[in-house]
Ligand binder design. Structure first.
Ligand code: PLP
Length: 405
């Protein structure tokens, strides 16, 4: 029972890639901490190094525990292969360094996680790579911007932090016609809600720190795509350029997280729908950005592309930033912390935290309002999450906290 190609998502998340009989009957895969692997002879070592014989030799290149996670994630994303990395940023940097040369252009959506934006704007751009921002919520903007030098089209959907969606199939089709690779950051949706490769994307990246791990106890990432592309990422972007390899212990934690991913996502989605509706109905709230709300600008695309609307919500208060700060300080259950996708509900302020890598002007230009608050709806009782938010909003309303306060 190794690959289970015809089995359903939850079964693959628990079994894919593992054969207990090959590991002394151990139900749970062993953790291989070894950094290096012994060659049976000098000749065998040389053959493994030359790629003429299969075998592990050093855990910066491959490790059996990490390898199992890579196989399992590939089975969930519909990819041929995967490379697990030290962090989500490790996956993003490892992939982009693998495929870009000075003089190339990368077209990226206007809304990106703050460190991804910084890596492109302040990292890649220093090495002669042209970064073009386009509003990919309308695929026509990609058709207008793409050129012969465009090698990569990159976006998040839903995007961090403002939840804008990109039509993966439409954008990937345009990129493909122009010979560019489409790379999707699938951290927010997870393969439970979207499998970008099955919609035409070439590469998927994740921060495994979030929903994949799911318990807030690791930092990790993963890239997925064709076997040829992932070989290049492993040997160029990770082995030689960044060294951002995932530790075996973290791979074990992500494997454990994956076993409940489908269950957890169902609950995150169910709860977020209820929380978004409650926020939307509160007088202190000016706008709620959640794909599941009928009033969300891209609700139709969300219904077409995502079987559930996810656990992330962004919202703005009528009292602006001051009201957002006052509200966060009144919360008792919801924790003030960055990151997302954990069992605990987490709230943070993108402009001063995750997206402070943008200047104020850049945030304005890229549609990230300073009053935006980002909420990761956790797995606590939904009525208790909602009650905590409502009492904090009521207190802000009573105190009349506003931008002028
Ligand atoms: N991509 C998205 C959408 C994120 O939200 C994050 C982190 O918050 C990352 C990538 C980076 O992941 P990591 O923190 O694991 O490096």
């Amino acid at each position: 029972m190794t690959c289970l190609p015809l089995s359903g998502f939850a079964t693959r998340a628990i079994h894919a890639g593992y054969d207990a009989a090959a590991h002394d009957g151990a139900l749970v895969p062993p953790l291989h901490l070894s950094s290096t692997f012994v060659f049976e002879s000098a000749e065998a070592g040389a053959e493994i190094f030359a790629g003429e014989r299969e075998g592990y030799f050093y855990s910066r290149i491959a490790n059996p525990t990490v390898d199992l996670l890579e196989q399992r994630m590939a089975a969930l994303e519909g990819a041929e292969a995967a490379v697990a990395t030290a962090s989500g940023m490790g996956a993003i940097a490892g992939v982009l360094w693998s495929f870009l040369q000075p003089g190339d252009e990368i077209i990226v959506d206007k809304t990106l996680y703050g460190c991804t934006f910084a890596f492109m704007r302040h990292g890649l751009a220093r090495f002669g790579i042209r970064i073009t921002h386009a509003d990919l919520t309308d695929p026509a903007n990609l058709s207008a911007a793409i050129s012969k030098t465009t090698k990569i089209v990159y976006f998040e959907t839903p995007a961090n932090p403002n939840m804008r969606l990109v039509d993966i199939a439409a954008v990937a089709a345009i990129a493909r016609r122009h010979g560019a690779r489409t790379i999707v950051d699938n951290t927010y949706a997870t393969p439970v809600l979207t499998q970008p490769i099955t919609l035409g994307a070439d590469i998927v990246v994740h921060s495994a720190t979030k929903y994949l791990g799911g318990h807030g106890d690791l930092v990790g990432g993963i890239a997925l795509g064709t076997a040829a592309d992932m070989q290049q990422v492993r040997l160029v972007g990770i082995k030689d350029m960044t060294g951002a390899v995932m530790a075996p212990f973290n791979a074990m934690l992500v494997l454990r997280g994956l076993k409940t991913l489908k269950l957890r996502m169902a609950e995150h989605c169910r709860s977020a729908v209820a929380v978004a509706a409650a926020l939307d109905a509160h007088q202190a709230v000016a706008a709620v950005h959640y794909p599941g709300l009928a009033g969300f600008a891209q609700h139709d695309l969300a219904r077409r592309q995502m079987p559930g609307f996810g656990g992330m919500i962004a919202f703005e208060l009528t009292g602006g930033y001051a009201a957002g700060v006052a509200m966060m300080n009144r919360l008792n259950l919801v924790q003030r912390a960055v990151s997302l996708g954990d069992a605990e509900s987490l709230i943070q302020h993108p402009a001063s935290m995750t997206h402070s890598t943008y200047t104020t002007e850049e945030r304005r230009e890229h549609g990230i309002s300073d009053g935006l608050v980002r909420l990761s709806v956790g797995l606590e009782e939904v009525d208790e999450i909602t009650a905590d938010l409502m009492q904090a909003l009521d207190a802000v309303t009573a105190a009349r906290v506003s931008v002028d306060a």
